[in-house]
Ligand binder design. Sequence first.
Ligand SMILES: [Zn+2]
Length: 124
Amino acid sequence: MKRRELPEDLKNAVCCLKCRKVGVDAVRKKIPGLSKKYDRCQICKSYAYRYSEIIRSPIIFVILTVMLIWVMPVSENGSRPIVVIGILISIMCGVYLNNARKRKKIRRLLEDHMRKNILDGEQS
Ligand SMILES: [Zn+2]
């Protein structure tokens, strides 16, 4: 019961953590300059999420961090300031942990939704 696979359609459903609803009315918007899109809940106007779209792979974050350090401007003596690298790594860790937490919350929301649907189905 604990680690049940979520159905594909639920994974792609737009969830709003503020309204605590699955399949909310959302506007899909594009982030300017990026190929990424995001959803915004029509009711409370806050960000809405799709479970399948939350990056959870730590490897992606490691690659992103390395890339960011790579493109970082090099100081006059040819080295990259260690303090900035430290800050960058902590920011990326923060984003990763935040994502992981959000994913967990959405999973719980989806599981609640599934349980409720099963109960509704049994009652009728
Ligand atoms: Zn909402």
